[in-house]
Design a protein around this ligand. Sequence first.
Ligand code: HEM
Length: 406
Amino acid sequence: MATALADAVLPLVSLERESSGPLPIIQVSNKLREQAALARSPFVVYVLRRGDVARLLHDPRLRGPGLDILRLQGITDGPLYDSTAEVLLFMEGEDHHRLRGLVARTFTPKAIDRLRPMMRASFAERIDEVAAAGRCDAVPDLCERYPIDVICALLGAPADDWPLFSRWAEGILRSLAFDIGDHRPYIEQCLAEINDYIDELVERKRREPGADILSDLIAVEEQGDRLTPSELRAVARVILVAGSDTTRNQLALSLHTFATHPDQWQLLQADPSLAPRAVEETMRYIAATGGLARVALEDVEVAGVVIPAGTMVVLDTVSANHDPSAIDRPDIVDLTRDVPPGYHHLTFGGGVHYCLGASLARAELQEALAICAERMPDLALDGEPTWKPNLGIFGPASLPLRWSVR
Ligand code: HEM
């Protein structure tokens, strides 16, 4: 007999979870998961076990919360509402399937591999600026610009326009917060600017297609179906917003993991072919996207508890990635670990909304970590990092690093 959520005795998620570094977050997740399969805060239920998280990622009775976040703040129409409704992550059913299908056809291994030389050149520029000093704050100095450079190249926009994209990404990301309030005019201005910019870029690409994903998106066609101008704008926006803050925070988290696990850094330095493993293991150890928000559309039973329709649910991927029922010694960072057959971390999500940019993000992180391993021997913390709140996309606010200059 299942228990109603209101009657279930569940551990409470404490505020400590919201404002600390990776280790305390992992420890708190572990403690909660050892007590129960679910935890709760006043408005949210957290799903903690790997099996439940993986299953619910595929469950159509849960959907993304984008429009609910706006509605709860009284925003039910206008450019911000309309543009959020066009975000792939917040679309469902046939509309999502169709748009994702068309876009996914352009995210080919070939399209990603052709960007690798550009990734190496962009990241090497960042390293060149700080290498001789032997120290830097990795957040502004190494991580901030890199993913934006890659997205400019991906869309075929001039590299010099990266500050515009950076501003738009930051502005539009404000629409996913619970304190939109006074930010709304600024967010809508950013939306109008990027839409105009993409329209112009699309016109140029129609005349002169390039070796970029925007040109591929314009040309993509399946059984006579093509992307409309409004869909092209929406796809460019989602690529920018989904691909920038995630990647820069995950890169910073991976660097923090290595700075605090010098034996693993030495392994990567000695064998750069471990870069793909370095990416997977550090993404498993600590995820920039550690809580995937959903809203239950119907009553959903999880571990004997009925979560009622309308409840906000967080699929806790940090906890799931540290669940010992799925992987041995989950709290150890080990690039050489034997990964069980079929195992993969859940940092890129799963199911129909599985990260569309996962291969691109992997390539970006692999290239960046390989360059760091070569250029930053004896990597270590150069003081205490500070941390963003563990809400939405998590990572350091500042990450002082030092290394040996030879
Ligand atoms: C390390 C970097 C990244 C991480 C950790 C990450 C993580 C995720 C996660 C967890 C989701 C699913 C969210 C959910 O189910 O609630 C997602 C979706 C998505 N990601 Fe990423 N992402 C990264 C980089 C990128 C990049 C570089 C791009 C594109 C250039 C991208 C594009 C997208 C898109 C378009 C979706 C929505 C897919 C859909 O709803 O069908 N991501 N990402």
